[in-house]
Design a protein around this ligand. Structure first.
Ligand code: ADP
Ligand code: MG
Length: 260
């Protein structure tokens, strides 16, 4: 390896996530879908990055490849320099459909990953209480998911994902099923959790305003084949106001790229 190549390699290793030449093709008897083609981008430690793009551009596929739930056809995903070869507790996942266990209380849902890891009971209790406090659900520790609103369920999902102290928080349209007012509140909460925990967050959405509200950078994707169109740096102070002229310019620029 040349000195220059070594330099590039070191810079890539310093990134929390590195997506390199990533491609995914789905083949069946009837059709072939190039869900992703030559996708490249990096996420720095502690950064909040949104992936945005139209329906079907491969956002969930990208999420699943980074999560290690599927294997790429070409290229690789590296987490702290190590290729992803399957799921792991270094990545906490939050989905739109909550995925909570209905037979477990809020506390038992949050402690699930810690039980899986064999963390002993006292430490589990301590860590779970800390997470419930972080998402403001300490008073609902003994409630069951059916007793919670959509926004509260999603906060349980976030607490559960963070309980095992992952390197990366991966979220796929997590607030897609909640009403607009609750979503605004969850955005504020997520940003405060992010700054408190200093986690790296990769957040998938089709909602351009949501992406500009939340992220340091927006990876804008295009469909057929799924690919990166542009990576946009969002150079706006937080908290961000949708009514702000600069905010609107970012939204308009990204919508233009997507063709909305
Ligand atoms: P998005 O999340 O951006 O809406 P997806 O990643 O779900 O997009 O899908 C990207 C493309 O890949 C779509 O054309 C979709 O139909 C196809 N696709 C996704 N998963 C599969 C699968 N398991 N088998 C075949 N095609 C798939
Ligand atoms: Mg999707």
């Amino acid at each position: 390896m040349s000195t220059e190549e070594q330099g590039v390699q070191n810079a890539q290793n310093a990134q929390k996530v590195h997506v390199d030449g990533l491609g995914k093709r789905y083949e069946s008897d009837r059709q072939t879908v190039q869900a992703l083609q030559d996708v490249n981008f990096g996420v720095d430690d502690g950064e909040f990055v949104c992936i945005v793009g139209p329906s079907g551009c491969g956002k969930t596929t990208l999420f699943r490849l980074i999560a290690g739930l599927e294997d790429p056809t070409t290229g690789a995903v590296r987490l702290d320099g190590t290729p992803v070869e399957g799921p792991g507790t270094d990545r906490g996942m939050v989905f739109q459909e909550y995925g909570l266990f209905p037979w477990r209380t809020v506390r038992e849902n949050v402690s699930f990953g810690l039980e899986e890891q064999g963390v002993e009971k006292a430490e589990r209790g301590r860590r779970t209480s800390e997470m419930l406090e972080l998402v403001g659900l300490d008073e609902f520790a003994d409630a069951y998911p059916r007793e919670l609103s959509g926004g509260m369920k999603q906060r349980v999902g976030i607490a559960r994902a963070l309980a095992v102290d992952p390197e990366l928080l991966l979220m796929d349209e997590p607030f897609g099923a909640v009403d607009a007012q609750t979503r605004d509140m969850l955005h504020e909460e997520l940003l405060s959790i992010w700054s408190e925990t200093e986690k790296t967050v990769l957040f998938v959405t089709h909602d351009v305003e949501e992406a500009v509200t939340l992220s340091d950078r927006v990876v804008v994707m295009a469909a057929d084949p799924g690919r990166v169109r542009e990576v946009v740096d969002v150079d706006l102070a937080r908290p961000r106001e949708r009514t702000d002229a600069e905010f609107a310019e970012y939204v308009e620029h990204i919508r233009g790229l997507i063709g909305e």
